[in-house]
Design a protein around this ligand. Structure first.
Ligand code: SAM
Length: 217
């Protein structure tokens, strides 16, 4: 892992503690209480990388609280450097599964995964963001009607995700025609990984799922 500059180390030491999401031992986390007054709408981005998409969303939607999850310190430091005084971002700098498991049921209004690592090899099975235990946690923490928006350039990842979402039965894939997965639902500046995919001429898929209600609607 590349060493951080002293400036970035200082940012992590000074700014992160005030924005960090910490998990309790036993009690579940109500994310709306991470700001004052409590947020009516909380959105989550898993694996935000350098934070471009998270910051864009936070600036576009100041009425929402945005939680970003990213274990890579250089990415967290980059977001801290770029976010200025934005006060509607909180950061969990650990593994997404731990955060998902701690969140209160039906507490998140939208979740983004922008180019999650596909972890394609068999020995990577436990790390995959498509694994069933992640999908089940997403079903538990997303509100009925909430969207899960995933962008990927990996056909393997997309296939696993679609198969597990179908098995879970709490989600429906919101795609009526190919445009729905060939184009993002709303425009945003491309993330680093997205630019890399485009430079490599890899097709990007935008998979949007909706959390169904108890009647499967
Ligand atoms: C391919 S990169 C994409 C980064 C960014 N979203 C983008 O589009 O440029 C995948 C990101 O997921 C993060 N990641 C990997 N495993 C994770 C986990 N278990 N929990 C949360 N984030 C994770 C990585 O650190 C990395 O930043």
């Amino acid at each position: 892992m590349r060493k951080l500059s002293p400036e970035r180390e200082a940012l992590l030491a000074d700014k992160l503690p005030g924005l960090r999401v910490t998990l309790g031992e036993n009690e579940s986390l109500d994310p709306s209480t991470l700001c004052m007054p409590p947020a009516e709408t909380v959105r989550l981005e898993i694996g935000f990388g350098a934070g471009e998409h998270l910051l864009h969303q936070a600036l576009e939607h100041p009425e929402c609280l945005h939680i970003g999850c990213e274990p890579y310190p250089a990415g967290v430091a980059r977001l801290l450097a770029d976010m200025g005084d934005a006060d509607n971002i909180r950061i969990y700098d650990g593994d997404a599964f731990d955060l998902l498991s701690a969140l209160k049921p039906a507490s998140i209004s939208r979740c983004y995964m922008m180019f999650p690592d596909p972890w394609p090899k068999k020995r990577h099975g436990k790390r995959r963001m498509t694994r069933m235990e992640i999908v089940e946690q997403l079903a538990r923490i997303l509100k009925q009607g909430a969207e899960l928006r995933i962008a990927t350039d990996s056909g393997v990842f997309a296939g696993w995700m679609l198969a597990n979402m179908r098995r879970c039965k709490s989600f429906v894939w919101d795609a009526g025609c190919s445009r729905d997965w060939r184009e993002p639902r709303e425009s945003y500046p491309p993330t680093r990984y997205e630019l890399k995919a485009r430079r490599g001429e890899r097709a990007v898929m935008y998979l949007n799922f909706r959390r169904l209600d108890d009647n499967g609607l």
